[in-house]
Ligand binder design. Sequence first.
Ligand code: SAM
Length: 259
Amino acid sequence: MKHIARKRFGQHFLHDAHAIAAIVDAISPQAGDCMVEIGPGLGALTQPLCNVLNQLTVVELDRDLAAHLRRNSRLRVIESDVLRVDFNQLASTLGAPGNLRIVGNLPYNVSTPILFHLLEFAQCVKDQHFMLQKEVVDRMVAKAGSSEFSRLSVMLQWRYRMEKVLDIAPECFEPVPRVDSAVVRMVPLATAPDIEVPRLSELVQVAFSQRRKLMRNTLGPWLDQRSFTGTFDLQRRAQEVGVEEYVKLASQLKNTPRA
Ligand code: SAM
């Protein structure tokens, strides 16, 4: 198919056979899997996945690409912005609650909103494999104490076990992106901590708002406003505090009124 890459849809198409084989290998598709691919594009990953799977659902925003994909009778094509897809509903339609495998070479311009959207559906997911900007993957998997440890690390690590599985060079894409890429594997934790996610999100945002400063200047006043009486060492920088501690703080603040 002749297609001119649309920048607004973050289109960078994979064409390197070795990279494609390595990614499919990392995903390790099995015939009976209930898989959903986000942004199939021209089908670089779709085709080899389709060769193995009994069924594959794809979500594509670009109308022309969706029309092209519909010609493949083995694909279930959802023409939509993935941010509008209700994955709970999709999982039950596909008869796979708790068992979705989600994959994709994500459009980098909306990769973070996509990750946060999927966070809402983690309970119906078995695993996720995504190609993303390498710098984003490094932040996702970073551990407390490292310079990449950030809000994104906490907001995903409280819910997923994650690992970087591959680095992919810019030349593997057409058009060539200006950034390096990497593939991450995300597996939802079997038991999710009992927290109010907006509360965790807010406290982590406040903590990291001035990452070079001690948290007594940022999180300190925020906790005071919520009449927090527990113990939390504020003489540290946000990136020195582990995910479990943020989660514990969020659960201690559960049900406290908002300031
Ligand atoms: N999977 C293909 C590949 O690896 O060659 C294409 C990857 S390209 C980086 C991203 C794909 O996501 C494009 O096909 C683009 O049209 C699609 N896309 C962009 N924004 C989207 C959205 N919000 N929802 C669904 N698909 C989207």
